[in-house]
Ligand binder design. Sequence first.
Ligand SMILES: [Zn+2]
Ligand SMILES: [Zn+2]
Length: 420
Amino acid sequence: MRAVLDHIGIAVRDIGEALAFYRDALGLDVEAPEEVASQRVKAHFIPVGGPALELLEATTSDSAVAKFVDKRGPGIHHVTLRVENIRLALAHLKTRGVRLVDDEPRLGAEGALVAFIHPSAAHGVLVELKEKPVEQPDLRVHRLALGDLQLTILYDGPFKLDGGAMFGIVPRALWEKRAHPDDRNRIQLVMRPLLVEAEWGRLLIDCGAGEKLPAKALDMYGFDRSRGLDVALGEAGVEPGSIDAVLATHLHFDHFGGATARVDDRLVPRFPRARYLIRAAEWEDATHTHERNRSSYIADDFVPLQLAGVVDFFGRDQMIRPGVRVVRTGGHTGQHQIVFLESGGKTAVFVADLIPTTAHLPDAWIMGYDLFPMETLTFKKRFIREAIERDYLILFEHDPRIAAGYIREKNGKRFVEPVA
Ligand SMILES: [Zn+2]
Ligand SMILES: [Zn+2]
């Protein structure tokens, strides 16, 4: 079992006196109190770096905290360990004969599931186990009309990347407020390929990570393959055989891994009727890797396409189909590109890894993965200004909850007005 220290609970007799010490004398920030009805206490959390302190104020004279204070005076009441799956943890302890206070988890502060282990089992300490509520990523198909183009936002399941790597030079103290890291420091992301339909046919932009990832990668990146692109296409009523073309923003495995599939030990194009549209210079980079980009490019994702003769290479920014235009951004990879969708006087932009999530709106919030961050900065600054001024609808490929929205700015602060 993996467990990390979440907080230390301190039973207080007089919350006013306790605040006079912890807040006023020590100068710590005390969060607004939260009433935990099931335990008849008010919890006042005090962040102190990693784990927190929790001042416990009884709300009734028969609460366990009131009894504790009556009997032993104020002091350390419990230690809370956070686990990934509280039901598994309890089952694990039960099979080892550990005496529990709670056989079943109950609802604790911050909407978490909690359960207490009896102090007699933990050498005189009341130990609380806690499972943090997970924010579920939004995996739904969204349909949007843009002039003559029909846009269908698909999904290829959730995954997780290291929070530090996702925010580059930004300190965790700032980014963790916008993207909550798990116990392995990873933040929740999703993959959202985009289907564009018009009278000229069906074009898929990016195609997720696919089903070829080894077990080690599935674990390390927290992939859940039960909600992959096939499920999304099914939900959208689109046959893989009906896709005419698949366009790559770049060839990283979380964007183009789904381009090939393993069938009877052979790697074949995933979409049998499609042409695969790839920027020639990106192909060059992906097939001539170096230490800094090697783990992001997997040859099995794209080399089989060339062997099958289904790749159409192109060289520069251009109209790929009527209303679909690619623009090189560089920065993230040397040839990373975004896709402008223009019809009926409106513009939507599939921004791929230029602005991977809505947490990346500030100019300097640039991924540590980017090979040329100054190039990202230059392009991004100009692009976001343009997006605000011209009312571009932005399609966020990796945001766990907002698939599409407009970037707004008020009093120098940027935010997204979501539409999907
Ligand atoms: Zn990438
Ligand atoms: Zn990506």
